[in-house]
Unconditional design. Structure first.
Lengths: 534, 634
């Protein structure tokens, strides 16, 4: 790429677009159109750049690529440092892919305060990309927090009737989590030595195992809320139900991945022995989430809530994969993050299309839609199949690799998780049956228009992605695998030196390092090794 | 050649997806049928190529691309043509071609005909993927994809509530089986480190060890998967409801091909099952019980397609009985002949339904022989074949199964008795059906009788072809004569067996005579009940009303499942939602929020401006700090 700072371009292009939009007036229809076009153009350009990034990304290495580092506040150990590896690249692409789709969908869906809306979406995109590429804690935290505000606005301003409640709940939940994370980051900064916010440096020297527990818990809580893991999930259904469609797409598609990505990039490799100690608990919560989310989804009468609960279930799979501590689980986990973004994103798009036609989310108000809107129904069926993991479509590849990995770690957890596959078929197909099929079709659904050209343009790329990942995931998996390998080495580190800190304690700080604990997580690691076939 | 067997139906799907909608039903129908015809030729070519190889080396492999390569899991899209998959491919493409042809006539005038042909081709592609796949996961892809096509085609007339419901039921019940299948795959992978047939099956004995718990567990889980797809106890309940689909679909998917996938799979895994006598015993026992249960239900049904559906469940039971006693060749033999005569019977019933404009209740039929001569004689041929009358196809395959059930080291008298009792029931319900439909007095309204017309040629041709196969199809596996069991000799090497398992001539002849007598008795009783003594059958129903109701209501199994499984899960979910989700978790969160709120004293402002102002303040603060630090730092 030479001197061209590709990653920074990708990172800040949306933000620049948002700033530019501030100077575009949206008073009349022509203005609103201009706003949409500008926003769409910027998001599309970002996507194009990210494709270049994908093309230039070297498979076969776990190194951070496209790294850009610039001194920012050296005396504080803060730097502008970004880069991608096999864990973040897929999520970055997912983000840049979904944003133009969200904007295109909103074309007729959002008519109020159009400029602000698109500014929020573009800022949000920069925030999300930032979280995925940041290699500096300070930078990471800034993006992490900055992302919250546009999302809060999108729910709170363009949402449904109970939008304020939902937005507040969303905000408080996530804030509560991130405060704890901030404290943990600061502890790392001061106590761990070095007074640096460089993530990679911290990854190289995990703290004393005796202290890892608290730090891990602080990070994990923050991420668990984001995922969301059972029992921290109750903000999600509310947020989804009230959010406008594009908000739901981004929320489900990308924002939830912040949690799983956070576990993967930070919580687990920073505190490997604590991650292993906590693994049984997290695995239990993950499979509870899979089953519980599915059971909740089954009894919902609101389509959006149903899809929201299905997310709880699906992300349980990702957590199951990550905490299996093996290559299959980790690679499958990353892939499943992308898959969930595609499938659930598409589900929300389709539900949004139905909503824009009928202005109801209640399943009971629908029925017989397949007769009046066959193309929309076909996409709905396809997306559902992708979501329930039909082989040949994207969901299966992720689920299968995760479960195969989980099975090596613990057959019991894998079996319970696999039961979620049965449940997902029940609630999704039952929903399809009630929405699309059957003899009953309400008066209001008669003459319902089928997909418009714009809606085709939104759905076709999603469908193409489902087939591509389902049939030929090899290019993606090859890019993920080396990073997943390296990650495994990080989270698998056993005994950690404690008595000879590399950089010494910063003087004058009250934060002490506890007595060196030799409590090696040996038994655990031993078991891990034995189970770690093949 | 190998992949062209697969790709031709897929090409049909794509052509119809692109052009079918605009060019219309006729175009779509002939494209689909043509694709199947060519696929059959490709399969035949493949078969001949295999024959050209020496018996021990009959296997052609083909590799398309790497599908899921992650660490130790290296799954390739690769395919295998060996005698077993070759036989399956011939059945799928051959019988499939005839059913496609028939559909051109049957679906004429249906609004969704183009969609129908796309699904039908997609099904064929999926089924061929299933039988030709060279590893567990490709097989599983086909396995799930045929389930999907089944779902789509059962619910083809989706504006009917019952069709939509039946489609979903089929998918969900199958998913229960698939869950077990999936766990079996994980077990295989963790023991063998591979999912390739070429790796796992030859090493099975060495890796797992005969009689090991792991082998038993894997086999039982695989078989549990088979009970879903192949409609065995306890997961058979979806198949009778699947009759909601168009009748050619019932013939192709729910009789001739898809439902036999479980039998194929068990036969394919014979090297694994050989390690577990316990699992073999379970397979044979479930097969025997299913054939009795479904056969007895079929006796009391009045819907022409439902009788055939239960008959299919019962015949699949025979195949599993055979597989369970280790007679895989006999199982596949019956699979093939069953594909001929059951497809024939279903297509014949479709011809009847077509002529009667949708009527399916045999109590309102009768005497149709005169109006539907071709349908009538072909249907009767199918009936004779399934009843196992010499020299029709079913006689030979059923004989092979009964003989093995008795004489195999895994077999026994009870298995044979079950099979013989099933043969009696089969003959009885089949001829009850034939007599009530085609013979006796016609119960149709006069004006409908007058308008009764035979189906068009395009539908009759497949009936005639299948009738010919139902007559002669069994001759490729003749018992007793040395060297005449071509079928057994061809398939034998796949199951690690030499040719000529039949030795005891006297015993075999005696058993043939018994099973033939039993079948004739069944036909005779049906004749007595429904032709000679009009209404005698109903009289028996009145004499044992409880038994009759039990059979009529299919042993109340659907109700049992609903009460024991479906409703409790629903109720528990609703309880969890109301009491736990909203009542506890969310209340705790809201409560915590309220507590914070109260503590902060910002009671009034929280719901409106609090967060927003907080957010703005936070953003502004963060921004200010950033600016300050940057300026100072820079």
């Amino acid at each position: 790429m030479g001197g061209f700072a590709l990653l920074s371009w990708i990172l800040f292009l949306p933000c620049a677009g948002g700033l530019l939009l501030l100077f575009v007036r949206d008073g009349d229809e022509a203005g609103r159109r201009r706003v949409r076009l500008v926003a769409f153009a910027f998001s599309l350009a970002t996507f194009a750049l990210s494709l270049a990034l994908y093309a230039g990304f070297r498979a076969g290495t776990a190194q951070m690529q496209f790294v850009e580092a610039a001194s920012w506040m050296p005396q504080l150990g803060i730097a502008y440092k970004v880069g991608v590896d096999g864990l973040s690249l897929p999520l970055l692409l997912l983000t840049t892919f979904l944003t133009p789709i969200a904007i295109l969908f909103s074309w007729e869906d959002v008519a109020r305060r159009v400029r602000l809306y698109h500014v929020a979406l573009l800022f949000l995109e920069t925030g999300m990309i930032g979280v995925f590429v940041a290699l500096d804690f300070f930078l990471f935290y800034v993006f992490w927090e900055a992302m919250l505000i546009p999302m809060y606005l999108i729910i709170g301003v363009w949402g449904g009737p109970r939008r304020i409640y939902a937005a507040v709940k969303f905000f408080l939940y996530t804030m509560a989590g991130s405060v704890l994370m901030l404290i943990a980051i600061l502890w790392l900064y001061f106590a761990q030595g070095g007074q640096t916010f460089d993530i990679l440096a911290h990854l190289d020297r995990p703290p004393d195992p005796a202290l890892q527990g608290w730090l891990f818990a602080a990070f994990a809580l923050s991420f668990a809320i984001k995922v969301p893991m059972f029992p921290f999930h109750t903000w999600l259904p509310d947020a989804h139900v009230e959010a406008p469609t594009a908000g739901s797409v981004i929320l489900a598609g990308v924002l939830l991945k912040m949690g799983t990505y956070g576990f993967m990039r930070l919580a687990m490799p920073l505190f490997p022995s604590a991650a292993r100690d906590f693994a049984p608990l997290i695995l239990v919560l993950a499979v509870i989430g899979i089953i519980y989310g599915a059971l909740m989804a089954m009894v919902q009468d609101d389509v959006k809530k149903l899809v929201a609960y299905s997310s709880v279930s699906h992300l349980g799979f990702v957590m199951l994969g990550l905490f299996s501590f093996n290559l299959l689980g980790a690679s499958g986990g990353v892939l499943q993050m992308v898959n969930h973004g595609v499938s659930t994103g598409a589900l929300f798009l389709i539900v949004g299309m139905l909503y824009s036609r009928r202005h109801t989310r209640l399943i009971a108000d629908y029925g017989g839609i397949a007769r009046v809107a066959p193309a929309l129904s076909a996409f709905f069926v396809l997306t559902t199949l992708s979501s329930i993991g039909l082989p040949g479509l994207n969901g299966f590849v992720g689920e299968f690799t995760i479960l195969a990995g989980a099975f090596q770690r613990s057959p019991g957890f894998a079996a319970v998780g696999a039961a979620g596959v049965v449940l997902s078929a029940i609630y999704m197909l039952w929903m399809l049956q009630r929405v699309l099929f059957g003899s009953r079709i309400s008066q209001a659904s008669q003459g319902l228009p089928d997909l418009s050209a714009r809606e085709w343009a939104v759905l076709v790329p999603m469908a193409a992605l489902m087939f591509w990942i389902g049939l030929y995931p090899k290019p993606l998996l090859q890019k993920i695998e080396p990073s997943a390998q390296a990650w495994l080495a990080q989270v698998g580190r056993r005994v950690l030196r404690v008595e000879a800190p590399v950089l010494g304690l910063p003087s004058g700080l009250p934060l002490g390092r506890g007595p060196a604990s030799r409590r090696a997580p040996a038994a655990w690691a031993e078991r891990l090794r034995e189970g770690g076939r093949p | 050649m190998l992949t062209s067997i697969l790709l031709l139906p897929l090409a049909g799907v794509l052509v119809n997806l692109l052009f079918g909608w605009r060019r219309g039903e006729k175009f779509a129908g002939w494209v689909a049928t043509g694709a199947m015809g060519l696929a059959f030729l490709a399969a035949a070519w493949g078969f001949l190529s295999l024959l050209g190889l020496p018996p021990g080396q009959r296997a052609l492999r083909s590799f398309l691309f790497e599908w899921i390569p992650v660490g130790g899991l290296q799954v390739k899209a690769s395919f295998l043509l060996d005698p077993l998959s070759s036989v399956m491919a011939l059945v799928v493409t051959g019988v499939g071609f005839l059913i496609h042809l028939y559909s051109v006539g049957y679906m004429h005038g249906d609004r969704g005909a183009v969609r129908y042909f796309i699904y039908l081709n997609l099904f064929s592609f999926s089924m061929l993927t299933l039988v030709l796949g060279d590893n567990f996961l490709v097989l599983f892809v086909g396995w799930e994809a045929v389930g999907l096509c089944s779902y789509l085609l059962i619910g083809f007339w989706h504006e009917r509530d019952s069709a939509a419901e039946a489609g979903k039921k089929a998918f969900v019940v199958n998913r229960v089986g698939d869950f077990c299948f999936l766990i079996a795959l994980f077990l295989v992978f963790s023991h063998f480190g591979s999912l390739d047939f070429g790796v796992v099956l030859p090493q099975a004995a060495a890796t797992l060890g005969a009689g090991s718990a792991a082998a038993t567990l894997i086999c039982l889980l695989l078989f549990a998967g088979a009970t879903g797809k192949s409609a065995q106890i306890p997961l058979y309940v979806w198949l009778p409801d699947a009759m909601e689909g168009p009748t050619p679909v019932s013939a192709l998917i729910h009789a001739a091909t898809m439902v036999t996938a479980g039998v194929y799979m068990v036969a394919r895994m014979s090297a694994l099952f050989a390690l577990s006598p316990l699992a073999m015993g379970v397979v044979a026992t479930i097969g025997a019980l299913t054939l009795l249960l479904a056969g007895s239900i079929a006796v009391a049904q009045n819907d022409i397609k439902r009788v055939l559906a239960y008959s299919t469940v019962s015949q699949l039971g025979y195949m599993f009985l055979a597989a369970g006693v280790g007679a895989y060749t006999a199982a596949i033999f019956h699979l093939v002949t069953h594909a001929f005569f059951k497809a024939l019977l279903f297509l014949g019933s479709g011809s009847v339904i077509h002529a009667l404009h949708g009527e399916q209740d045999i109590r309102r039929m009768g005497g149709l022989r005169a109006g539907l001569p071709v349908t009538s004689w072909t249907f009767t041929v199918g009936g004779l074949a399934i009843a196992g009358i010499f020299p029709f196809a079913g006689f030979f395959s059923k004989d092979a199964i009964l003989f093995a059930a008795m004489t195999s080291p895994h077999g026994g008298l009870l298995f044979w008795l079950a099979g013989a009792a099933g043969a009696f029931m089969t003959a009885f319900y089949m001829f009850r059906l034939i007599f009530k439909t085609f013979h006796g007095r016609c119960s149709l309204p006069i004006e409908q009788q007058a308008r009764l017309h035979e189906s068009p040629r395009v539908m009759l041709l497949p009936l005639q072809a299948l009738a010919a196969l139902s007559i002669a199809g069994g001759w490729m596996g003749l018992p007793l004569i040395r060297g005449a069991d071509f079928f057994g000799d061809f398939l034998g090497p796949v199951f690690g067996k030499g040719a000529g398992a039949h030795h005891e001539v006297v015993l075999e002849v005696a058993m043939m005579a018994v099973s033939l007598a039993v079948a004739l008795l069944g036909i005779f009783m049906a004749y007595n009940f429904y032709i000679r003594g009009q209404g005698a059958g109903a009289a028996y129903g009145r004499r044992w009303p409880r038994l009759y109701r039990l059979l009529l209501n299919k042993y109340y199994v659907d109700e049992l499942y609903d009460g024991l499984i479906v409703q409790p899960i629903k109720r528990a979910s609703i309880w969890a939602w109301r009491a736990f989700e909203d009542g506890l978790v969310d209340a705790a969160v809201n409560g915590a929020g309220a507590a914070v709120e109260a503590a902060g004293g910002a009671v009034r402002r929280l719901q409106t401006g609090y967060v927003k102002s907080y957010a703005v303040a936070m953003l502004a603060g963060a921004f200010a700090i950033l600016v300050y630090l940057t300026v100072r730092g820079g």
